[in-house]
Design a protein around this ligand. Sequence first.
Ligand code: HEC
Ligand code: HEC
Length: 210
Amino acid sequence: MAKNSSTRSVGKACFGTWLVTAALLFGSTASGVLGAESTEITRNCNECHGTDGLGFKPGLPHLNGQPEHLLTSMINAFRQGTRPTKVKMHRDIPDADVTPLAKHYSQQKAQRPKSATNPEFVARGETVHLKRCADCHVDNGRDSDKEAPLMAAQDLNYLIEQTLAFKTGVRKFPFLMDGAYKDLTDDDLTAAAHFFAAQEQEIPKKRRRR
Ligand code: HEC
Ligand code: HEC
């Protein structure tokens, strides 16, 4: 509490100067100031996820529009080592940054550029999805049920890697997802990843903000 209020008052002292500068630079007040705060909180993430949550190259996930509780649980899983990661930064995210980071990315519009997908795989993936994945990855991965993440128009390389990671045991299955994977081949799973990556992204109505 004490820490919080002292940070606030330091912030306030500089706020006037910043507001004038912001108004000069951007010709606006509210949005310029908000943008500056967001950039600050994501400074260690921008290199890969951008300030808007869009992955910069194939293999990097898009975080924009992902439900806040999911981002929180993924970040905490990295920090606690229950989800493996190639990125040391993920394990070092300080306690105090978890909620602001999850809030920030969840509030970005879920507009994502689509990866190039293979139409044969997309068609095969749709069959796999309808039989095995649709219960939880509802609305073709555009919405989430049973704590499942938003997957529509997610980066293809990232999705393929993560889809297989559950099968090889690199990532632990969430509740009941192991049953859905039973007897599926690597090609079936890769096809499912193509299917999700090929979906149009829309912001689920309940999370639409403007
Ligand atoms: C050097 C690149 C890099 C940096 C910097 C980075 N990430 Fe990541 N991020 C990745 C990669 C690659 C993955 C895919 C999984 C893995 O290997 O960790 C990922 C995955 C994630 C995920 C899981 C997404 C999902 O759909 O489950 C979250 C959440 C995340 N990063 C948040 C952050 C935050 C917050 C920061 C800044 C504190 C950050 N990342 C910094 C590269 C990066
Ligand atoms: C019983 C519900 C359920 C079913 C059925 C299910 N999933 Fe999931 N899935 C989840 C949940 C919950 C998560 C969140 C992961 C976590 O908590 O580690 C998830 C996460 C994922 C992820 C990780 C996404 C990311 O951003 O990191 C992939 C990939 C995935 N599922 C693929 C599939 C595929 C492919 C199928 C069908 C063959 C499937 N799932 C069926 C519940 C389910």
